[in-house]
Design a protein around this ligand. Structure first.
Ligand code: FE2
Ligand code: FE2
Length: 194
């Protein structure tokens, strides 16, 4: 069950496009985890399932936190600092999104712990199997509304409100976070996303 990474990717020159690309990866890896628990139900993992589980856990452990940092350390502060009329209406939304990040982070850590046990022991006990299903459902529900708010309310305001210089600064910081030279037009790959 290979994990497929989309072929169309934005560059750091379009940080808001890049953040949306990251959402597609979050959705894809969540679907991967759900498919594994749904099809294997805590039983022994074959080679393909094991590789898919390892890849999804690695993504949420190492890459997805960079996406959260892109928003909490770059995009949200830029919007809060903009002080422009139509930004004011989305500030309370941003507070809610940061709360979501905290809740998601806790569930991702739990998912990672259970997933590692699965990889180590080759099977999951009934309790872990049930809990993994619950946590994945909680994450899927959270991300559904979270991503919708970001893409329908926050990113469009950022796109029209922030100046080209402000957006470039966000893109530069996102590239720095991943150790990639800004302006090299190097695209995200499956190895270095967030
Ligand atoms: Fe977010
Ligand atoms: Fe996001």
């Amino acid at each position: 069950m290979p994990v497929t990474i989309g072929s169309k990717e934005s560059t750091f020159g379009d940080p808001l496009g890049l953040l949306s690309d990251c959402h597609r990866r979050i959705e894809r890896f969540l679907r991967t985890l759900w498919k594994i628990i749904d099809e294997k139900g805590g039983r022994s993992l074959g080679g393909e399932y094991r590789r898919s589980l390892e890849a999804a856990l690695k993504y949420f452990r190492e890459a997805a936190p960079k996406h959260t940092a892109d928003e909490e350390e770059d995009l949200f502060p830029a919007l809060r600092g903009a002080g422009r009329a139509h930004v004011e209406q989305i500030l309370s939304r941003i507070d809610g999104l940061e709360n979501d990040h905290t809740r998601a982070d806790k569930w991702h850590r739990e998912c990672d712990e259970i997933g590692k046990r699965w990889l180590r022991d080759e099977h999951l006990c009934l309790r872990d199997t049930a809990r993994l299903r619950t946590v994945l459902l909680l994450l899927a529900t959270l991300y559904q509304s979270h991503i919708a708010i970001e893409e329908r309310e926050i990113f469009p305001v950022a796109q029209t409100t922030l100046s080209d210089e402000e957006k470039a600064a966000i893109g530069r910081s996102m590239a720095d976070r991943r150790g990639i030279a800004f302006g090299a037009e190097r695209q995200f790959t499956a190895i270095t996303p967030g």
